[in-house]
Design a protein around this ligand. Structure first.
Ligand code: PHE
Length: 448
């Protein structure tokens, strides 16, 4: 195993921006608004925030403890902390999940780049609602264009990952994340001036619990894992590059808060816009591709808003794709004689094959389904609904029950000498509360 020159994030702000870069992604800007739309608005938001606080923060801290203490990738970290046991299988499941998520995530990141290009070329205007729908269906179902974009976004990610931790990942996050926050703030400010701003905000912030179905709890927990990049060793990998003076609890709280804030801000951009132009937020996954172009074209300076929005989506997505590639690359790189660049290239090649099938789920393979799901949907379901929660369950059990308590104490006391006051409560949450919630969700989905 290569351990020399592993690299680390060079500054505290780099730690935050890179970790926020992995967490903030399509999950916040694309997935969150449409699942809030499908699950009745404000009440769902309340459940989601509870899930972030009670499962998200403890889960993120647990992965941080494992990563920073072992200074190794998702698999070897567990091998180091629990030698001669099977715990490192959580790491294998994580590497596998990273690979499978990339298979469809890269396809959607490709779509965002296509839409950004079309917006810049001024082609996203002058159509009817139906035409926007058709344009998306035709593009997504095209035999090769989505694949070309997918390969491009994978190559961009490969380029960044090949340059290493501080020279690649940290650098790109330091540039892109501030741009991201600038764009999102400009767009939210604009939202307040739209005709149905009030209706959109009410829909998002006024909870109506009578409309909440129990399955929404399950969806909120799934979203927590997906959005925080939790349960697959991504945060183990990233925190293995944290220096010894980074406060884990503080970083976790900051990252979870920023992630939640971005999801809410994205919804604050999308709902007022959708309501102002007579559309509905219940469109599902294609909301931001089929519905929004039509909304933007009706706004003053429409082309500008659509360029900004797809740039926002692309930045969010590419930094997450980079983190997914890093999880798999770090594992291969540290266990073979390959260079980072070669390892990243090999993963990119393999992901591209998977991406061909995921992309064809919108075209040639549209009608080929397994358990009623297309290949694309299957990748999403197996990862977000199974591998991530199962991963989170076992990481929680591992840190709560098996990891030496002195390691937890050492890691959490850094910067917080009085941490022992809450360490007991924290361990209790990891032992009982977090696994029980995840287990309950599984039971419910099996029986339901
Ligand atoms: N958190 C990312 C998002 O919200 C997705 C992701 C999941 C990235 C798991 C890395 C690992 O889009």
């Amino acid at each position: 195993m290569k351990t020399e020159n592993r690299g680390s994030f060079s500054s505290k702000i780099g730690v935050i921006l890179a970790t926020v870069g992995t967490a903030v992604g399509l999950g916040n800007v694309w997935r969150f608004p449409y699942i809030v739309g499908e699950n009745g608005g404000g009440a769902f938001l309340v459940i989601y925030i509870l899930s972030l606080l009670l499962l998200g923060i403890p889960g993120v801290i647990a992965e941080f403890i494992v990563g920073r203490h072992s200074h190794a990738n998702a698999v070897d970290s567990l091998k180091k902390l629990a030698p001669k046991t099977k715990w490192h299988w959580i790491g294998y499941s994580g590497v596998l999940a990273g690979f499978l998520i990339m298979g469809y995530y890269a396809v959607v990141v490709g779509w965002t780049l296509e839409y950004l290009t079309q917006a810049i070329l001024g082609n996203l205007s002058g159509m009817t609602v139906e035409q926007y729908g058709q344009v998306f269906d035709q593009f997504a179902g095209h035999p090769y264009w989505p694949l070309v974009w997918m390969v491009i976004v994978m190559l961009i990610s490969t380029f960044v990952v090949a340059r290493g931790v501080s020279g690649g990942i940290e650098k790109i996050s330091n540039v892109l994340m501030p741009v991201f926050f600038l764009i999102i703030l400009v767009m939210v400010a604009n939202s307040f001036f739209l005709p149905a701003a009030g209706q959109g905000m009410k829909y998002l912030f006024l909870p109506n619990f009578s409309e909440l179905e129990p399955v929404a709890i399950l969806i909120a927990i799934g979203q927590t894992f997906f959005s925080l990049s939790l349960g697959m060793g991504c945060l183990i990998t990233y925190s293995s590059y944290f220096k010894k003076d980074v406060s884990l609890a503080k970083t976790a709280t900051q990252v979870v808060s920023i992630d939640a804030m971005v999801a809410i801000l994205s919804a604050m951009i999308i709902f007022p816009a959708v309501f102002s132009f007579g559309m509905q937020p219940t469109e599902g996954p294609s909301l931001v591709f089929k519905v929004l172009p039509n909304v933007f074209q009706q706004m003053p300076l429409g082309t500008l808003w659509s360029i900004l929005f797809y740039a926002l989506l692309f930045i969010a997505a590419i930094t997450s794709l980079i983190s997914l590639l890093e999880v798999v690359t770090a594992y291969i790189y540290e266990n073979t004689s390959l260079t980072r660049r070669k390892a990243a290239f090999i993963v990119t090649g393999m992901v591209s094959v998977l991406g061909v099938f995921a992309s064809m789920s919108f075209g040639l393979l549209q009608d080929v389904t397994l358990f009623g799901k297309t290949f694309f949907d299957l990748l999403d379901f197996v990862t977000a609904s199974i591998l991530l929660p199962v991963g989170g369950f076992f990481i929680s059990i591992f840190v709560g029950w098996f990891l030496d308590k002195r390691i937890i104490a050492t890691e959490l006391r850094i910067k917080h000498p009085k941490a022992h006051l809450f360490i007991k409560g924290y361990i209790y949450m990891l032992r009982f509360f977090v696994p029980a919630c995840i287990f309950a969700v599984f039971l419910y989905s099996l029986l339901g």
